[in-house]
Structure formats: structure tokens, C-alpha cells
Write a protein that binds this ligand. Structure first.
Ligand SMILES: Cc1cc2nc3c(=O)[nH]c(=O)nc-3n(C[C@H](O)[C@H](O)[C@H](O)COP(=O)(O)O)c2cc1C
Length: 137
């Protein structure tokens, strides 16, 4: 089974999650600039929200790689607790991508909020999510 971990991170919070998820499923974390060369059974996609939406590189990654994604699963961090999943799911489904029904989201440091996050508990949580997706997708 091929599993890829792809992320976009403007200030490093989602990058930490991506590296933890990747280590859990024995792969490397790569950014949304990546072009998939072969079909991946599972793509774990890390995205935060900025003014309510994912970075445009997340949408561009999905558009460029739609035919190479078996199942897409979303993880990320945000200040408010809202997940990029809400926007990514309909976008990906329109491209014909199967989207795993569960997502993982944790608090991410932003201004005076969530100063210590992602913390170890958040990193353990995303690792468990990645392993669960590998087992169930
Ligand atoms: C320009 C900007 C806009 C943001 N807008 C939102 C938002 O609408 N909702 C929210 O919950 N968090 C918002 N955040 C907080 C980020 O989602 C949060 O800090 C996240 O952990 C950043 O992840 P990153 O370090 O991987 O980029 C915003 C952060 C920035 C810098």
C-alpha cells in the first residue's frame, strides 16, 4: 500500500503535524508543491485555515493530482477549531476523489492563542489518526 503525506503550512504548525503523521506511517512529509508520480492508495493532506479557507496551493495540489489519489484523508490545525475538511471535502469530491469520512484537527498557535500548540498530545493524536486511516481506508 502506498501512502503519502502532503501538507501546506505557513507558520509551521501543520508541518509539525505532517512530520509526526509521516513518521507514524513510515514515509516523509512533502509540501503541496509535490507532483505525484504514481498513484497513491492514500494521501494524508495537512491544511490549516486562513480567513476560513485552505491555502490555494491545497486546491492546486488536488487539481493536479486528482487521478493519482486513491483515498484522501485530511488533518490540520486552526485557531478556532474549524477544520479545512469542510472546504476540502466538496472540492475533492467534485474532482472525483474519494474522501475519508473522518478528519483530524487540533489547535494551532496564532497570535496570543494556543501558544503551546501543536503539543505532544496533538502530535500523538495525528500519528494515531494516520495509522487508523492506513488500517481502515
Ligand atoms: C492570515 C491568517 C488567517 C487565519 N485565519 C483563521 C481562521 O479563519 N480560522 C481559524 O480557526 N484560524 C485562522 N488562523 C490561524 C491558523 O489556522 C493557525 O495558526 C494554524 O495553526 C496555522 O497553521 P500553519 O502554521 O500550518 O500555517 C489564521 C492564521 C493566519 C496567519
Amino acid at each position: 500500500m502506498t501512502i503519502k503525506v502532503i501538507y501546506c503550512s505557513r507558520s509551521g504548525n501543520t508541518k509539525l503535524l505532517a512530520e509526526s503523521a509521516a513518521a507514524a506511517v513510515e514515509t516523509n512529509a512533502e509540501t503541496t508543491d509535490t507532483q505525484l508520480e504514481e498513484k497513491a492508495d492514500i494521501v494524508l493532506l495537512g491544511s490549516s485555515v486562513y480567513a476560513g479557507s485552505p491555502d490555494k496551493s491545497v486546491y492546486e495540489f488536488l487539481e493536479k493530482n486528482a487521478d493519482k489519489i486513491g483515498t484522501l484523508a485530511v488533518f490540520g490545525s486552526s485557531a478556532s477549531g474549524s477544520s479545512a475538511f469542510r472546504k476540502i471535502k466538496p472540492f475533492a469530491e467534485k474532482l472525483g476523489i474519494r474522501v475519508f469520512e473522518k478528519f483530524y484537527n487540533c489547535p494551532g498557535h496564532f497570535l496570543f492563542m494556543h501558544k503551546e500548540h501543536p503539543d505532544q498530545n496533538d502530535l500523538d493524536g495525528v500519528s494515531a489518526f494516520a495509522k487508523m486511516v492506513r488500517y481502515r481506508a
